[in-house]
Design a protein around this ligand. Structure first.
Ligand SMILES: C[S@@+](CC[C@H](N)C(=O)[O-])C[C@H]1O[C@@H](n2cnc3c(N)ncnc32)[C@H](O)[C@@H]1O
Length: 195
């Protein structure tokens, strides 16, 4: 079994949600066809998507943010085991705070962290992205709830944030934005022109 498969299995054992196969295929295909030097990931989990991205973008480095200390430690050990530790900077902390301290210059951003914070994170992520870069947001349709007419109370704030995130990305003329129902809903926004 290869290391990426091992990380995936460990994530499934621990019930850490990971990017679904449909989303992972689009993610790795995109990274293979583009030149990405710097990738940012919000929501490391145990390192599955991070390892996938670095295996697809052979020359890229990754900054990844994870709030959960146990997941972060496991991800660190998996990155070591995969021989990727020199290409990864793992920030243990809250992404809504971490983005305020970053320098930017990212070519690709995987947004796969707190679903209720996508809209709050959006302007910071846009500011951290290089022209020509991509924001790839997983779970954009959140198990279909985003498109449901009736939304359960417990999902309302997440759905509200995701709807605002999708609408604002679509209305931002600097981006070419597509939303697909692959995986759990994938929004891909390409930074096509600066102001
Ligand atoms: C869907 S999982 C990430 C899965 C990972 N990207 C993968 O596909 O292997 C979401 C992760 O975001 C983390 N998270 C939640 N809120 C966060 C926050 N405010 N800042 C950073 N990470 C957060 C969770 O602990 C969880 O590990």
């Amino acid at each position: 079994m290869d290391i990426i498969e091992k990380i995936k299995n460990r994530a499934l054992d621990l019930s850490v949600p990971i990017i679904r196969d449909g989303g992972a295929e689009i993610l790795t295909a995109l990274l293979r066809e583009r030149r990405c030097a710097k990738i940012l990931e919000i929501g490391t989990g145990v390192g599955y998507s991070g390892a996938l991205m670095l295996s697809a973008a052979k020359n890229a480095s990754l900054v990844t943010v994870e709030i959960d200390g146990v997941f972060a430690e496991l991800a660190r050990s998996f990155f070591r085991e995969a021989g990727l530790e020199k290409r990864v900077r793992l920030i243990e902390g809250d992404a809504t705070e971490a983005v305020l301290l970053m320098d930017g210059g990212f070519d690709f951003i995987l947004l796969d962290g707190p679903k209720g914070q996508y809209e709050r994170l959006r302007p910071y992520l846009v500011g951290l992205l290089n022209p020509g870069g991509i924001i790839f947001a997983d779970n954009a349709l959140f198990k279909g709830y985003v498109e449901d007419f009736y939304i359960r109370r417990k999902h309302r704030s997440i759905v509200k944030s995701l709807k605002a995130f999708i609408e604002n990305m679509r209305n931002d003329a600097r981006f070419r934005t597509t939303l697909s129902d692959a995986g759990d809903g994938i929004l891909i926004a390409e930074y096509i022109k600066t102001e």
